[in-house]
Design a protein around this ligand. Structure first.
Ligand code: NAG
Length: 185
């Protein structure tokens, strides 16, 4: 038993590194009511995030395209050390009763990572949260504030913070994503 826990932790270590693991199971946040994947589709710019090991660049954006079977093509790009990098992922609605709960993976070898839309008006901003339980002992989380434009109006982050706070999600480690000098490449 102890041996298998150690093995699981070893496998998950790369995922955990770079995040602050929190004790206890994942919270159960309220997600966007009557979520429409079609309206959510399209281009979103990352304005702020809880630090994630796999996202280090600037000008980070994601383009969601809904396919006829309601799965989602996810193309994320960033500029890292002067180079434009793109990764393509695949998303699904994990719970048909709650379409705001997506799961996204960037490799067929990896399980879906939760990608939950806590709040969005579709045309300005979206507040997204991801949490993975590890043996219900602790959890690892990600969070993003997305905007349809690179420079959203003042107050955008404060409004997103309220959404996180309402759900007891600690975003004091959140960092802003640079979205300057992106269009001239
Ligand atoms: C987003 O993806 C769709 C479908 O692949 C494509 O037509 C569109 O040009 C993309 N938009 C951006 C901004 O990359």
């Amino acid at each position: 038993m102890t041996g298998s826990i150690a093995l699981v932790l070893l496998v998950l270590l790369p995922l955990v590194r770079g995040q602050v693991p929190h004790w206890g199971p994942c919270p159960e946040p309220i997600t966007q009511a009557d979520f429409s994947l079609k309206q959510f589709a399209g281009r979103w710019f990352e304005i702020a995030k809880l630090p994630a090991q796999f996202e280090k660049g600037r000008c980070i954006e994601t383009n969601f395209t809904v396919k006829p079977d309601n799965s989602v093509r996810v193309v994320s790009s960033e500029i890292l050390r002067g180079e434009l990098r793109k990764i393509e992922g695949f998303g699904v609605i994990e719970d048909p009763r709650n379409p705001a709960k997506l799961g996204i993976t960037f490799s067929y070898a990896l399980p879906y990572t939760p990608y939950w839309i806590l709040s969005t008006d579709y045309v300005n901003t979206a507040v997204v949260y991801s949490c993975t339980d590890i043996l219900r002992l602790f959890h690892v989380e990600f969070a993003w504030v997305l905007s349809r434009i690179r420079s959203p109006p003042p107050g955008t982050l404060e409004k997103a913070d309220e959404v996180f706070a309402k759900n007891s999600i600690d975003v004091t480690q959140m960092t802003n994503t640079r979205q300057q000098g992106c269009d001239k490449a």
